[in-house]
Design a protein around this ligand. Sequence first.
Ligand SMILES: *[C@@H]1O[C@H](CO)[C@@H](O)[C@H](O)[C@H]1NC(C)=O
Ligand SMILES: *[C@@H]1O[C@H](CO)[C@@H](O)[C@H](O)[C@H]1NC(C)=O
Ligand SMILES: *[C@@H]1O[C@H](CO)[C@@H](O)[C@H](O)[C@H]1NC(C)=O
Ligand SMILES: *[C@@H]1O[C@H](CO)[C@@H](O)[C@H](O)[C@H]1NC(C)=O
Ligand SMILES: *[C@@H]1O[C@H](CO)[C@@H](O)[C@H](O)[C@H]1NC(C)=O
Ligand SMILES: *[C@@H]1O[C@H](CO)[C@@H](O)[C@H](O)[C@H]1NC(C)=O
Length: 495
Amino acid sequence: MNRPLKSSSRRPTFVHLICAATIFSLLVFALQSVFFTGYLLSLANSFHSNPSACNFNHVLPILSGNRTSSLNAEDVQILSDFQSDVQQCVANRGFGLTAHIIDHCKLILKFPEGTNSTWLNPQFKTYEPLEYKYDVCEAVLLWEQYRNMTTVLTREYLDARPDGWMDYAAKRIAQFGAKDCSNRKLCEEHLNPVLPAKPPFHPRQFQKCAVVGNSGDLLKTEFGEEIDTHDAVFRDNEAPVNERYAKHVGLKRDFRLGVRGTARNMVTILNGSDNEVLVIKSVTHRDFNHMIDMIPNPVYLFQGIVLRRGAKGTGMKSVELALSMCDIVDIYGFTVDPGYTEWTRYFSEPRKGHNPLQGRAYYQLLECLGVIRIHSPMRAKRAQDWSDVPSREKIGRAHAAATRLKRSQEGEYDKVGQFGNCKVWGDAGPYGSGPVSGPRNMSSRRRNSNYSKWEIMPFKSLRQEAQEHYNQMEGVSLYKMDGNKLDDLVCVRHS
Ligand SMILES: *[C@@H]1O[C@H](CO)[C@@H](O)[C@H](O)[C@H]1NC(C)=O
Ligand SMILES: *[C@@H]1O[C@H](CO)[C@@H](O)[C@H](O)[C@H]1NC(C)=O
Ligand SMILES: *[C@@H]1O[C@H](CO)[C@@H](O)[C@H](O)[C@H]1NC(C)=O
Ligand SMILES: *[C@@H]1O[C@H](CO)[C@@H](O)[C@H](O)[C@H]1NC(C)=O
Ligand SMILES: *[C@@H]1O[C@H](CO)[C@@H](O)[C@H](O)[C@H]1NC(C)=O
Ligand SMILES: *[C@@H]1O[C@H](CO)[C@@H](O)[C@H](O)[C@H]1NC(C)=O
């Protein structure tokens, strides 16, 4: 927006004068309508920044002098059709929810009258509402972006991110005792065991993945074999995987997300599963490093967390992680069925607890946006059929329309292409130049294990789709700057 004008050395040509005159007359025309001021400023700015072009695509919507039609009617139509598909999908999926469309982006999901909310908000002394409003356009933009994202913290990210090493790195270490990393060596000591130089995993690396939650629901079904047919299986915290539960939760172990409190028991949990990747959800600390010394497994830190309280459930992080490397994400063991009144884990005694409606509504939305496929006891009783979930092609069209609308509404015409949200750019060194993760003094057991196998895996052995994606992205890795905001990506080029 505040680009300097570069007109000093060049004389305006005839075309420029025509453009300028057109814009001037439009400005006069639109002065009556304050609404367009911001739009015209951006238009004038795009003219200045690119004086050799006189782009009338930007100009035409103004002539109609009407906000609704300044949105591209075709895009609004695409999104309205998509809303109807989502509405139909919600109705068909059988969890009892209904979708009520407000406009081409917004809709409300409603639980049926009489649904019991058992989740009492202790602060406000209220039970959960039965209605949840969503912006489907924003949701599609956010979740499609995860398919292209790196969700593991790397050295190249800390190098590229402004204040990456100083402030951000310190936030990822608990019990650190210093408020920033002015003692860089100390920070490195804490982070090295979990910090690869470059992304160890890639978008599209796996075709089909299973994310297995810990719900007691799992004992009502026998999804074990089905779960094990996936290319990668993601599990949570201390979830046991053994013969006792095999028919319910399967035996395959590839990824495990752990919150900070799980460090204590992880050695036992990972015993016998040397290749299982542990991804720490929030922050690392001394106990983790001590634990990592004792295990041969790869261990990384999740990237993309909201560094505040109130994230929408920990299960969501597993979905984000899976989506950043898998085409299809099947979820099991997330309580979604209606009429569920207790909080249980498949490996512990049932107890009274919450069954948040908010989460259930959101998972249903995600299913109808093609992000996840939900498997549950209720679903197990009927033949699985995903034909009412919008196809990848439809989702792609809706995503493109939502992108154009968002950019036109915000007057951000210069944010184009797949790198439109790249706020910060960085360069990684050539492949093979950076160190793999691990402290210098790591145990010999670890050194001789496969802990770095994903980091040193040759590009050629990646799945075809992952290679194609890498090439289409021109070797650029995308990282979220923070939290659930759509914009502000950190983008790192690889030579
Ligand atoms: C804007 O255009 C739409 C559709 O063309 C029309 O329904 C609406 O009444 C218009 N609004 C105004 C304020 O002119
Ligand atoms: C809600 O709870 C009441 C009382 O426990 C029960 O009678 C009713 O059937 C429940 N409704 C639903 C939809 O589960
Ligand atoms: C790991 O499992 C093996 C055999 O199942 C057992 O002998 C060993 O004590 C276990 N180690 C730890 C640290 O739990
Ligand atoms: C490696 O060094 C760190 C920091 O000096 C220390 O905490 C850790 O115990 C050492 N690990 C081994 C295996 O010696
Ligand atoms: C490391 O992985 C390779 C191939 O996956 C395997 O052949 C080898 O046995 C593994 N080594 C260890 C120590 O687990
Ligand atoms: C994701 O990557 C694909 C290439 O595989 C690209 O065509 C698409 O524009 C990207 N989408 C987003 C939201 O970055």
